[in-house]
Design a binder for this molecule. Sequence first.
Ligand SMILES: *Cc1c(COP(=O)(O)O)cnc(C)c1O
Length: 494
Amino acid sequence: MKYISTRGAHAEGVSSAYAIKVGLASDGGLFMPESIPSVDLDFIKELSALSYPERAAKVLSLFLTDYGYEELMEDALAAYSEEKFIPSPAPITKLSGGRYMLELWHGPTCAFKDMALQIMSRLFTRALKKCGEKREALILVATSGDTGKAALEGYRDVEGTKIQVFYPIEGVSRVQKKQMQTQEGENVSVIGIKGNFDDAQTGVKRIFSSEEIATELNAGGVFLSSANSINWGRLVPQIVYYISAYCDMYKMGEITLGEPIDVCVPTGNFGNIFACYIAKRMGLPVGKLVCASNKNNILTDFLSEGVYDRNREFYATMSPSMDILISSNLERLLYLLFGSERCSTLMKELGECGRYELTADELARLRKDFVGYYTDEDECAATISRCYKNENRLIDTHTSVALSAAQRYMSPDEATSAMLVVSTASAYKFAGDVMLSLTGEKPEDDLLAPAMLKEYSGVEIPLPLENALSKEAVHKAVIDRERMADSVRDFALR
Ligand SMILES: *Cc1c(COP(=O)(O)O)cnc(C)c1O
C-alpha cells in the first residue's frame, strides 16, 4: 500500500513508514492510502474470536504493508497490554434504548488519545529503522493539557526516542499539571512555560523552524519530530476500535452480522470520527456518523450548510479537547469525497480567507454519511446529570456532548439502528465540571474534585489517575519562554 498527499504531491506514492516518519506531505497536505482496503463479514466474524491486540495487528496490516505482521503483533501486544489498559482497551457497555458506549479511556492517561499514542510511538521507531534513519528522534510537544500527557506515556522508554513537553503554567488544570509533573520514564522532560498555550506553541514552532538548532542537534545525532494528530500513524490505530466494537456487539448478541449501526463521536480535530468513516468505507456496516460538537459548532454549521467559516468567536468550554476551530483531519474527508484538486482549492481558500463553501451537490454527498449536532454548556451539564440518574453512570463532559447529540439524532417514535456512542475520557479526568453538573458545586481546588466525586458516586477512581494524584511532582522546572531553545539543546544533547 502506497501513500499520497491529499493535495496531489507524492503522486508516485511513498511507503507507510515514510509517511509516518515525516508526518506532513511536502505540499502541506496529509498522507492518505492510495486505496482503501476492504473487509467482508467473514473477516469481521474471524476477528470476533480474537483479542484486541490481534484485531489491531490484522487491521493495521491491511494499511501498513511495509511492516511485517509479526512486527505489528509485537507492537500491539506492547501497546495494548493488560498493565496499560485496565481491564481492556475498548470495552462496550450497554445503555437503555438501543444505545451502547464504546469506552476508549481505560489507558494510562484516562483519555482516548492513549489508543493511538501508545502504538504510534512504536510504529514511529520502526519507521525510522525502515527509512535508514540512524539519529535519535526528539519528540517536541506544546500542550494545553491532554495531548502532552498522552504523548509522554506513549513515548516513555521507547527505544530511539526522547520526548520533551512544554505546558503553559497558566493554561492547564491542576490535575493535568500533576499528571505531567509526576511522569515516569528515562527519556522524558516536562517543562512549564511562563505564559499561555500560544506562547508555548509559538516557542515550539520557532524551534522546529530554526536551522541553527537543527544543525546543532544533527551534529549530536538527534533530529526533531512531532506527535501530531495529523500523522497517519496516529489515525490508523483509531480505525481498529470501530471494527473491534462491531465485533464485540456481534459477539454479545446485540446485533446480527451485517446489521448496520450508527455511531456518534465527540469531535474536535475530526480524527476520531474520520477513522470511523474509513472503517465504513472498508465495509464495516455503519449507517450514519453523528458528529457531536460543543459550543464551538463550526462543524455543525458545515454539515448543515456546507460553509466552513473559522471567522467566529472562540469559546472555552468544559469540554476543552473539543475547543477547536480548525479541524485538520477534515481535509482527509474532502480529499476522499472530492479528489485532490478540489481539496487543494478548498484548503487554499481556508488559508487565505478562513472560509470555504461546498456546492449543493457536494454538500448532499457529505450528508449521505454525516450529520452534525452541537450541545451548549447547560445541556452538557444536564446530560451528565440525567445519565447519572437514569443510567446510574458517570460520564465526562466530552462524552456528554456526544450522548446529547445521539439523543437528538435518534427518533423516539421510529425503530432506529443500534447507536454506538463514543466515550473519550474518564469522568474523573474532568471531575470538577462533572461534580458541578451533578451537584451545582465544585471544589475551589480541582485537585480535590476526584476524591469528592468518588465520595458522591461510589465509583472507583481509575488507577493511573489515583497514582498520579498521590505521587510527588518530579518535573518542577518552570522557565521563561525565551529559554525554550536552550532547554531543548540541553535535553537533546545531554
Ligand atoms: C482529543 C479529544 C477529543 C476530540 O477528538 P478528535 O479526534 O480531535 O476529533 C474528544 N474528547 C477527548 C476527551 C479528547 O481528548
